[in-house]
Structures are given as C-alpha cells and as structure tokens.
Ligand binder design. Sequence first.
Ligand code: HH2
Length: 263
Amino acid sequence: MGVVNVTPDSFSDGGRFTDHRAAIEHGLALVAEGASWVDVGGESTRPGATPVDEAEERRRVLPVVSALAAEGVSVSIDTRKPVVARAAVEAGATLLNDVGAGLGAVAAELGVAWAAMHAQGEPATMQDAPHYDDVVAEVHEELVAKATSALAAGVPEVWIDPGIGFGKTHEHNLSLLAHLDGLVATGLPVMVGTSRKGFLGALLGRSDGTSDPAPAGDRIEGSLATAAWAVASGVRMVRVHDVAATVAAVQLVGGLEFEVAIA
Ligand code: HH2
C-alpha cells in the first residue's frame, strides 16, 4: 500500500501533495512502482498533530480519490471521520483505513473493507505516557474483538493493524513487531505501517554517523528492514512511502522463502 498524504503537516511528506494534481500523479506513480493500493489521507495523525475539520478533510481528499478510482486504482481512505469515509466511498474508495478503529459500523453499512488499526489515545497526546501491562496481549485482544464484531455485523473484509507509533514507546513498537506472527495466527489479514516512523530514526541514528535521530527522509534502511521482516512474519500488506524499494526488498524475501521451500 502506497501512501499519499494530501496534508500540509504529515511527518514525512507533509506539503508535497497538497496540490490535487501532484497528489494524483504521485498516486499513479506509486501504482506504477508496484503498489496494489493507494491510501489517501487528508489529516495528519502524527504525534501532536492538530485535528482537521470535516469540510477541509473532504476538500483535500475527494478529488484525489475520485481521479485515482477513475483510473482503476484500488483506493483506500485514511480517515477517522464517518462523513469523510462515506464521501470517499461514494467517490470510489473501497477500503476504510481507520486509525481510530471506530468505523466498523460505517464499513458494514457501506459494504466496504475495513482496516482496524490499534491506537491508544488521541494523536495530540498519545505519545505523552503510553502504558500497557502487556502490549502484545492487549493489542491482540482489542483487534480480534473489534474484527470479530465487524465481521458479525457484515463487513466483507477486515484487516487488523497493530498501529506502530500510535500511543506506543519504542519498546512497545519493537515488541509488537517481534510478535507479528501472533496476529497472523488469528487468520485475519494483517497490515502494518512502519515506513519512516520516528522509532526507526531514534534506533538507527543519522547515516552521517552522528548520534542524533535520523530525520524522516533518512530512515529507508529501517523502513525496508521492518517491511521485509513483517512480510516474512506473514503480514499481507505493508503501508509505505517508498514503494519501489519496498517491492524490491519484499520480493527478495519472498524469493528466499521460495528457495527454502524447494531446498
Ligand atoms: N500510520 C500512519 C497513518 N495511517 N494507517 C495504518 N493502517 N497503519 C499505520 O501504521 C498508519 C496509518 C502515519 O503515517 P503517515 O500517514 O505517513 O503520517 P501522518 O499521520 O503524519 O500523515
């Protein structure tokens, strides 16, 4: 899944695709690079982000969703708002990518796929003091409960996502990544987004060897390594900014698995 943020303030590509034409061209380029889905978002959910009102979010995303859908692209809408979700589906989106995991009933009503992502708290404050007794068990239980009730309510396809960086310390993120196989074992399709995220910058440092955290544009090694790890753990979709590099890395891992299988 390739990311198109039609926002001025997203943490890694904010301001690059606020122009609708640039956003549409970028979405098409991501498909040409190998993305199966293009995820269009009009509200940054980075830590500390300011919420956007419904009208502005709709203005940002709808022309992009309808233009990409008209080109035959599978479009997902990254929103927490029912009104935006409904309008985006009308414009051609077929997956609700829901970082608040609160739109299950809307997905059932609209008959579209739903990606339920785990988050603790709201973006403005979620990184202040995230706490879990057992992060892996708690995230797992919450996602399975939400997915089970959404499927029972008639949502045709439910994805689960542990929500890397959403109310999680670096240790929480690493524990969740280490235990992706547990989510995969539920039988539900799992997706994950680590691309360019802050914990990678903090863990890897800058490529120039200084001890500062790497900025968002300098986290490609961590993004690719975690995407490959996720796919090797059985995750079915990775949400990324760098599609061409991720496709190459993931195909390589898939190729290695194939070699092992025939050995
Ligand atoms: N992460 C972000 C946004 N949407 N959706 C899913 N399913 N999983 C994720 O991990 C995820 C997500 C945050 O990344 P980004 O869109 O690049 O930044 P911002 O929220 O600043 O727009």
